[in-house]
Design a protein around this ligand. Sequence first.
Ligand code: NCD
Length: 360
Amino acid sequence: MRSLIDPTDLSAAEVEEIVNLALDIIDNREKYADACRGKKLATLFYEPSTRTRLSFTAAMMELGGNVLGFSDAANSSVSKGETVADTTKVINCFADIIAMRHFEEGAPLVAALNSRTPVINAGDGSHAHPTQTLTDLLTIRREIGHFDNLTIGFCGDLKFGRTVHSLIKALSRYPGVKVILIAPEELRLPGYMKAEVCDRYGVPYEEVSSLEDVIDRLDVLYMTRVQKERFLDEEDYDRVKDCFVLTADKLKNARPEMRILHPLPRVNEIAVDVDADPRAAYFRQVENGKFVRMALILTLLKWAEEGREPHHPLVPTDAVAGTMTCSNHRCISNMENVESLFRPAEGDSWRCVYCESRPK
Ligand code: NCD
């Protein structure tokens, strides 16, 4: 059974397969109108969403399939205390594939480990968001044409922004990619991303605090919203909420071929006067999200029928169970009764298999 929990659950060749299928769907919409006739997608959204949930829904509808689910955990049995594992087993009786968004980091992995159908992570806390990554990759392919040798500036909330973590992981596999991290001190990229992704895969990165200083070097500027919902203290949020605002004026030094991406929603990090610039690709990016999710649903259902083996196991074979406790209070291993799992990491350290934090 193949699920998509982390962007690296797909090999680079499989990403290529899905992006190419999305491009074919864009050119031949009619051909796919009945491709999922009789199939059902369950969207289990425990956290707010507009684009991701509706694009999954629109994707399945365009494939001729049906959609069921909930968009507010308060209306489901979760409010009665049902676990993610039990909810998954129940949904398996109703649907052929599941898309899950959850505020508990690692929840979609727990679902996948308990599921008879493919599970797609539609965003887990501040950890990962692999379908936004596929959306971003399709957008880069359509706007720029390739992934190699790109210099990408990530700007804003690199600490809590799950879309940033997943896109950096996916891009680390392409030669010549350089990453410029533009964030205030408080919102810098987590240590595990720098040590285990950038350093390990040899992706050069720079940490800077001024967008103006680097904008002329970028092929892609990936803007992000400061993730208000992840702050424990309102004052901490107020201090950084307006740290970067992209305006038409600041774009004067940017290359004409540069593209501006943003997973959306935006709050005020991109001024509305940027929208008319041909380099602003974020609304085109939204539509790419629907096409790439069509390609992903089709591919995972096909792989389930064929019994395609995972690219790597969901739980690494060298993981150890039940001996350590995760330091992240948002990790599902601290919120539900699931066995703790840690894998060996750089040096002599360990990382939680659910959320990649260190043990306590
Ligand atoms: C992002 C998310 O949910 O992580 N939105 C999305 O899925 N398009 C980004 C965000 O909420 O800021």
